[in-house]
Design a protein around this ligand. Structure first.
Ligand code: NAD
Length: 352
């Protein structure tokens, strides 16, 4: 057993179908009575439901969260929070909405109650991200970690199949990289393996029936574990590639993760054999990269970078940016090999 240091820092979790009804009690348990509810414009209706449940404990709904958390949106929300003198934030939505709450908490230290409706896992991490112009700034800060998370699977039934599938793949990506992370540990590896297994089983079943509430619950269980893995370890090559490509081409977050993952794990195959054995076991496949690629295709997701909007002439520049500030990774970042990786991913070639 390798040496490790580990301290669990994760939010209180209320898990279960219809657990949204506990939101008032959870806000009260934090000692709060002036909540600002956050959502995207598309999920305003869900925000209104939360407003009704909070009743006199809510002072406003701000349905202006947007992908990549643009700084001007943060400033606008900050002004509203200050004007309404709010004492907590209730974010209902995916990583973008929870990301807006985190950006507000970064300065104000306001407690966050997160109600995730995708499988991205942001609710379990102290990681924040904000975009100014084309530059995305990310970091870790304990102030942005949600205090309470309500996992109500009923809220995910409306998630379209394409987003469901890519979000499950996004969750798998977090857990896969945490297993070979340089700062991983045996407990996180156990959680990650189980998180990948649950996410994969859920995805396989949701392709058949996206409305099955029990399987939705399993997908949420998987994303909870994968989110803890993300928040507890350092991510490697896969997340670095997605960060750079997402920034350069403004690509869809979870679809980008889904397309790149088989290729980034192929790159790391020989450098992390024990991690690959665990991932293969959880995916129930012999060979991780091709097994993931097949799952991607079965899900009906795009499987090439070209299909999600990347331009081929950007490959060289992306590799320059990726290698300029590498993340810790089992295999060193090698320019030629990374160009090959991105060319394969661009063309949607099945990794073998
Ligand atoms: P998202 O939050 O951007 O949501 C995508 C779209 O789906 C939005 O229009 C949203 O309104 C809609 N949506 C969400 N849930 C829905 C539901 N149940 N039914 C119908 N529509 C629904 O997507 P995401 O993948 O959850 O989040 C991506 C963002 O989160 C990225 O910016 C990423 O960087 C960030 N992220 C951060 C962390 C972290 O730890 N900080 C972790 C993962 C992702």
């Amino acid at each position: 057993m390798n040496q490790f240091a580990f301290e669990a820092r994760i939010p209180r979790v209320i898990f279960g179908s219809r657990s949204l009804s506990s939101v008032g009690a959870e806000v009260a348990a934090l000692g709060c009575s002036r909540a600002l509810v956050l959502s995207t414009p598309a999920q305003e209706r869900e925000g209104e439901v939360v407003m009704r449940l909070l009743d006199s404990r809510a002072v406003g709904l701000h349905a202006q969260a947007e992908m990549h958390v643009p700084l001007e949106r943060v400033r606008a929300a900050r002004a509203i929070a200050s004007e309404l003198n709010v004492d907590c934030l209730v974010a209902i939505g995916g990583g973008s909405t929870i990301g807006l709450a985190k950006a507000l908490a970064l300065e104000s230290s306001l407690p966050i109650v997160a109600i995730p409706t995708t499988y991205a896992g942001s609710e379990m991490t102290a990681i924040y991200g904000m975009t100014e112009g084309e530059v995305k700034r990310t970091g870790r800060d304990p102030r942005v970690m949600p205090r309470t998370v309500i996992y109500d699977s009923e809220l995910t039934v409306s998630l379209p199949l394409r987003l469901t599938a890519s979000s499950c793949m996004n969750a798998i990506a977090h857990a896969a990289e945490s297993i070979y992370a340089h700062d991983g540990n045996p407990l996180i590896a156990l959680m990650s393996e189980e998180g990948i297994r649950a996410s994969r089983e859920a995805l396989e079943r949701l392709i058949e029936d996206p409305h099955d509430p029990e399987i939705r619950s399993k997908a949420q269980y998987g994303s909870w574990l994968c989110g803890i893995a993300l928040g507890s370890t350092s991510m490697g090559l896969h997340h670095k590639l997605c960060h750079v490509l997402g920034g350069m081409f403004n690509l869809h977050h979870s679809e980008l993760h889904a397309v790149v993952l088989p290729h980034s794990l192929a790159y790391n195959m020989d450098a992390a054999p024990e991690a690959m054995r665990r991932i293969a076991r959880a995916l129930a496949v012999e060979h991780v990269p091709s097994g993931l690629f097949d799952l991607l295709k079965r899900s009906g997701l795009p499987y090439s970078l070209e299909a999600i909007g990347m331009r081929e002439e950007g490959i060289q520049r992306a590799v320059e940016l990726v290698t300029a500030s590498p993340y810790p990774n089992p295999r060193p970042f090698e320019k030629d090999a990374l160009v090959r990786l991105l060319t394969q991913a661009y063309n949607g070639v099945r990794p073998i």
